[in-house]
Ligand binder design. Structure first.
Ligand code: SF4
Ligand code: SF4
Length: 216
């Protein structure tokens, strides 16, 4: 069985935020929900200052803290390593939000619209003035809803159709790779082996499935 994973090449990533936006466009997540994010940091002083981008997402940990603390067993790990949330079982208690060492869980206590005129209206609306808003809201309620805690799932619906995750195909720098960590000959396994791939904060002990290649 595959264990799906990511490699993100920090030499190639220039922090354009396309992955962050592609994730939002793919999943139509409400305002403030960023399953994939691109962080930025700076060290040193001019003329030797260095600016570095660090894209992060749910690490699909092999030993996920979010699963351990879930009181209703809404959070589970699939055989392919992807950690998923059952919307029918999730009670929105936020234990997973507190437990996740990577800050990868996003509570949605109540749906919010991007469009100011809809922000205080109850969902779902019977009609609205904005067709995109209607579409986004309907899609969200179809798959997720309210009172739950959400997360990146490596775009598993796309993966099941043999497509790559949205953030991988959209990255203009080709800094993101997706594949099978269990296969020693897969592109990601070879990149990790030959280019000093590392996990973020391995001391957390959860064995993330997202690896990074060093910036230089
Ligand atoms: S899309 Fe690619 S280059 Fe842009 S921030 Fe994301 S990983 Fe970096
Ligand atoms: S990164 Fe956080 S949300 Fe993702 S599997 Fe690990 S503990 Fe769970």
């Amino acid at each position: 069985m595959a264990r799906y994973g990511f490699v993100i090449d920090l030499k190639k990533c220039y922090g354009c935020y396309t992955c962050q936006l592609a994730c939002k466009a793919e999943h139509l997540t409400p305002p403030g929900i960023f399953w994939g994010r691109c962080l930025k940091g700076e060290t040193g002083k001019y003329p030797t200052a260095i600016r570095q981008a660090l894209p992060i997402l749910c690490m699909q940990c092999d030993d996920p803290e979010c699963k351990k603390v879930c009181p209703t067993k809404a959070t589970t790990k699939r055989d392919d390593g992807i950690v998923v949330v059952d919307r029918k079982l999730c009670i929105g208690c936020r234990y997973c939000v507190l437990a996740c060492p990577y800050g990868a869980r996003y509570p949605v206590p109540q749906y919010r619209s991007y469009f100011e005129e809809h922000k205080n209206l109850p969902a779902p609306l019977e009609h609205s003035t904005n067709p995109f808003d209607d579409y986004a809201r309907a899609k969200w309620f179809d798959k997720y809803g309210e009172g739950i805690n959400t997360k990146c799932t490596f775009c598993h619906e796309r993966v099941e159709k043999e497509m790559q995750p949205a953030c991988v195909v959209s990255c203009p720098a080709k800094a993101r790779y997706f594949g099978d960590l269990e296969d020693p000959e897969s592109e990601i396994s070879l990149l990790i082996k030959t280019q000093r791939g590392f996990q973020l904060n391995p001391e957390f002990g959860s064995d993330p499935a997202v690896y990074y290649l060093p910036p230089r």
